[in-house]
Design a protein around this ligand. Structure first.
Ligand SMILES: C[S@@+](CC[C@H](N)C(=O)[O-])C[C@H]1O[C@@H](n2cnc3c(N)ncnc32)[C@H](O)[C@@H]1O
Length: 192
């Protein structure tokens, strides 16, 4: 959905930009093909190995290219949906590996958990440079007319992260000039 909207906007603006939706890790795309890799709005919870995800992001991004993440804050599984005041669910833990999502629309799906530090460490571990991390009170998703107290500004519900692949590439081999060779047009890759 996000990639479709981004492509429509790019087309409206006449930008030479092509968005590709791909599953990470293991996206069948060539190394260094993307100016931007976006992951967001409920994709990270399906990835058991964020080191593998980050490594594939680093592989896909061209030198100087970016990763942008807009995701649910890792604290979100702990918030109740009580309308009178925010509460912490006693059956969940911030440092747990996973939890069963018993609310709509996931109803029973097992979702992976990674702390904010774990997400940042995965990005840095892939050799990307961190440019921005911010925590936001606004959720990106609400259920019907529900107005949970946890969504009213007191608690983090989303975060954004921007990272950049160094212009000399990543990894122990140093510069990777082949990443630039043969690049045609501007590509964005969306993991979601
Ligand atoms: C709640 S939807 C979010 C849709 C979209 N990201 C958006 O912003 O509109 C969750 C998405 O995560 C995607 N997803 C799950 N596992 C993924 C993976 N390993 N790589 C990329 N996307 C994945 C699913 O395809 C699904 O579209």
């Amino acid at each position: 959905m996000a990639a479709t909207a981004a492509q429509r906007r790019a087309d409206e603006l006449g930008a030479n930009c092509r968005y590709v939706v791909a599953e990470l890790p293991g996206a069948p795309l060539r190394d260094g093909c993307a100016d931007l890799v976006y992951t967001g709005k409920g994709a990270l919870i399906w990835m058991p190995d964020l080191d593998a995800w980050a490594a594939d992001v680093a592989r896909l991004a061209r030198p100087g290219g970016h990763l942008f993440v807009h995701e649910a804050h890792p604290m979100v599984p702990l918030w109740t949906w009580d309308e009178d005041e925010p509460r912490i669910r006693p059956d969940r833990g911030y440092f747990e590996r996973s939890h069963v999502n018993d609310t709509f629309p996931a109803n029973g799906a097992v979702e992976w958990q990674t702390t904010l530090a774990g997400i940042i460490t995965a990005v840095l571990g892939a050799g990307l440079e961190l440019r921005h991390v911010a925590e936001h009170p606004e959720p990106f998703w609400r259920w019907g007319d529900l107005d949970a107290a946890a969504w009213r500004g007191q608690l983090p519900n989303t975060f954004t992260l921007l990272a950049r692949k160094p212009s000399w590439g990543t990894g122990p081999t140093g510069p990777v000039p082949w990443c630039r060779a043969g690049r045609s047009g501007r590509w964005g890759t969306s993991a979601a």
